[in-house]
Design a protein around this ligand. Sequence first.
Ligand SMILES: Cc1cc2nc3c(=O)[nH]c(=O)nc-3n(C[C@H](O)[C@H](O)[C@H](O)COP(=O)(O)O)c2cc1C
Length: 155
Amino acid sequence: MNIGLIVYSQTGHTNSVAVKLQKKLTAAGHSAILEQITITGNTPAQPGKFQLSKIPTADSYDAIIFGAPVQAFSLNPVMKAYMGQLSSLKGKKVALLVTKQIPILWLGGTGAIARMKRECESRGATVIGTEIIAWASLKREQSINRSVENLSKLF
Ligand SMILES: Cc1cc2nc3c(=O)[nH]c(=O)nc-3n(C[C@H](O)[C@H](O)[C@H](O)COP(=O)(O)O)c2cc1C
């Protein structure tokens, strides 16, 4: 399958998971292309105070894994802006990956996934899996490996 991993990662956590996932998908025989969303402006990005500078297109992929961090108990504003400008995702399978700091449920991970899911489904995608990784978890490596395994098995 032709899979795009489209990621915004401010400090590298989400990207490091995406790299592992890309390797796993490639080893399983898929085409897996990792593309970064980039911005101009200050980081951490604040709503209205940055511009998307690299805007990966989703058109050429059969399936897409979107990855982004939580920021201020919500989906990072860069991924919000990126998803807001996406055109149709009709017929595409989508999986969602979020990283956050604190391993407590109500600190933004679930809400970030819900926001991404709404954005994708409203454009006609089928969301087939979601994963949240808490970076400060004592079991972080296990959690990363489990999430990479779960996401790679979807395709
Ligand atoms: C400005 C800012 C706000 C953040 N807000 C939250 C938050 O509300 N909840 C949380 O669990 N983590 C929060 N974090 C932590 C990041 O979500 C976490 O470190 C994430 O793994 C970073 O991913 P990245 O390296 O791919 O950017 C915040 C980080 C920054 C920089």
